[in-house]
Design a protein around this ligand. Structure first.
Ligand code: UDP
Length: 273
């Protein structure tokens, strides 16, 4: 049996156990170091996004990772942005692990790129229009071309690169609104994209705005995603570190996040005894 199949079977059993625990405890939200995370799997997150599009108010979707949670510890504005979002998904194994350490039945990782694929799969049938904002000049257009080739009938109603000045923002926002996008995909890196969406939410007409980090680079073929076996064995963070060693400084947040989770876990145990 291949390692990937073994991991799949093991995960399936664990998923069933977690589903039962979630239902038994009626858990819908986790609070990890002060940051709210919705306890939903990928399919449920996609259903929630469809609901938010139907509601037609501007909703912010955040795919949360451990690095952002660590930054939020010293940045109350960022923590507030996270806690005000309409949907916060557990992106990154750090959040899944940390949440489970604190007793939450987090079912699985729900990453920005997986949500984007899921949205693009559903979009043609639902006639959703997608606007891509971010990455280096040309990348969003290349990503749009690849997405349209992959999902026939997909409507990418506009795109703009992510290296703009503050004075360009009104015309970019006007272009997004003119395009009548249902989903604004923002790829400025975390937490810049979260801060940008939150700052401009009141002026944006798109019902869903979602930050997806470096996903457009991956879709355009400029960066590779980790091989499947690394994703399935929760080693994507290691792949990213090896592929982009300059990330080491950012990833220093991970061991500090782990320590804070243990501290929070022990505080909870002692408070409850
Ligand atoms: N980026 C951008 N404008 C900026 C800074 C970054 O458009 O001012 C883009 C960058 O080109 C890349 C993405 O944001 O496509 C960040 O990718 P990264 O993998 O670092 O993001 P993460 O997934 O770690 O949040």
């Amino acid at each position: 049996m291949k390692i990937v199949d073994e991991v799949k079977i093991k995960n399936q059993g664990y998923q069933n156990e977690l589903r039962e625990k979630r239902i038994a405890l009626n858990q819908v939200k986790a609070v990890i170091l002060g940051c709210r995370v919705d306890i939903l799997d990928t399919t449920q997150c996609l259903d929630k996004i469809a609901e938010l599009i139907s509601a037609r108010t501007t909703a912010h979707v955040i795919t949360l990772n451990a690095e952002i949670v660590y930054q939020a510890q010293n940045n109350p504005v960022l923590m507030d942005i996270i806690n005000q979002a309409a949907l916060v998904t557990p992106d990154g194994i750090g959040i899944v692990w940390g949440g489970r350490q604190l007793g939450y039945a987090i079912p699985e990782r729900v990453s920005g790129i997986d949500l984007l694929w899921g949205i693009c799969q559903t979009a043609p049938a639902k006639e959703w229009k997608i606007y891509l904002l971010g990455s280096s000049p040309g990348v969003a257009d290349e990503a749009a071309g690849r997405l349209k080739a992959q999902f026939p009938g997909l409507s990418i109603c506009g795109s703009h690169h992510g290296y703009f000045q503050a004075e360009d923002e009104p015309s970019i926002i006007a272009d997004i609104n003119r395009s009548q996008a249902d989903i604004l995909v923002v790829s400025l890196g975390a937490p810049k994209q979260e801060i940008w969406i939150s700052k401009h939410k009141k002026d944006l007409a798109a019902p869903v705005c979602i930050g997806v980090g470096g996903s457009l680079d991956v879709i355009a073929g400029h960066k590779k995603r980790a091989p499947d076996w690394m994703i399935k064995t929760n080693l994507e963070w290691l792949y990213r570190l090896l592929a982009e060693p300059s990330r080491w400084r950012r990833q220093l947040a991970l061991p500090k996040f782990v320590l804070l989770i243990f501290k929070s876990k022990f505080n909870r145990i002692f408070k409850h005894n």
